[in-house]
Design a protein around this ligand. Structure first.
Ligand SMILES: [Zn+2]
Length: 263
């Protein structure tokens, strides 16, 4: 009986707070959102891995800026959102498509359309391995800015991710968790799960460790943007003068707007 191949996911820190996620099978690697090529080349060299594909979640430069340089040395397929129309993408994908990594025995990643941050933003979800690569859509205790979508769209996208199983690991594109948790505590001062997460994640950062991946279950318990439909959260937003007409979309929109100016 052949044994199951072993896949692992590791972060490649880039710029100030980006994570380029790398999936490897011990000989080959796939990178997600390589905003910069240099740290990817360094990580590949260090572990003697050969790049076999690039996956992109959306068109922003800090997620795609390294693609051209990576392609100079390796002609690998580049998967990316059809609607974001990124020049370097060789395999445009959208909802309903599946990307299989490392040949037919590799992890299967389902493409989910999650518009809002950009019009074409996609996430990659591996149901078997329980991985979610969500770019700038969902962050640790937060979510991306709503650059191109409506609150309805963004709330629908987040609700969709929240509906995934609780033990799915969330690999987000930035290390924003601590500052997001500060905002989360403002919204829900009495939420003990938020306070506990803040303690755990602060300790991680103090040791130079990422706060990611988190899990869908943890996000549902601590991420205010996934909790915008709760009566107590809406009541709090009303009391603070941020929300007028109580419904989940308005609550999400009020929170997102407040966060834009929150220090
Ligand atoms: Zn972005």
């Amino acid at each position: 009986m052949p044994t199951d191949p072993v896949f692992s996911v590791s972060p490649i820190p880039a710029f100030r707070d980006n994570y380029i996620w790398m999936i490897d099978n011990r000989t080959h690697a796939v990178v997600i959102d390589p905003g910069d090529a240099a740290p990817v080349f360094a990580a590949l060299k260090k572990r003697s891995l050969q790049l076999s594909a690039i996956l992109l979640t959306h068109r922003h430069e800090d997620h795609i800026g390294g693609v051209a340089k990576l392609l100079e040395k390796t002609g690998v397929p580049v998967y990316g959102p059809r609607l974001d129309a990124i020049e370097s993408v060789t395999h445009p994908v959208q909802e309903g498509d599946t990307v299989t990594l490392f040949g037919q025995n590799g992890p299967n990643l389902a493409v989910l359309d999650v518009p809002g941050h950009t019009r074409g933003h996609i996430a990659y979800y591996a149901p078997k391995e329980k991985w979610l690569f969500c770019g700038d859509m969902l962050f640790g205790a937060g979510c991306g800015r709503m650059f191109e979508g409506t609150p309805e769209q963004m709330w629908a996208s987040l609700s969709r991710l929240a509906a995934l199983p609780d033990d799915v690991q969330v690999f987000a594109g930035h290390e924003y968790t601590l500052s997001n948790l500060k905002f989360a505590r403002e919204i829900e001062p009495g939420n003990e799960a938020i306070a506990e997460r803040a303690r755990t994640d602060l300790a991680r950062r103090n040791r130079g460790r990422p706060t990611l991946p988190s899990t869908i279950g943890l996000e549902k318990a601590t991420n205010p943007f996934l909790r915008a439909d709760r009566e107590d959260v809406m009541k709090r937003l009303e009391e603070l003068g941020h929300l007028k007409n109580r419904n989940p979309v308005n609550s999400f929109a009020a929170m997102r707007e407040w966060k834009n100016t929150y220090i």
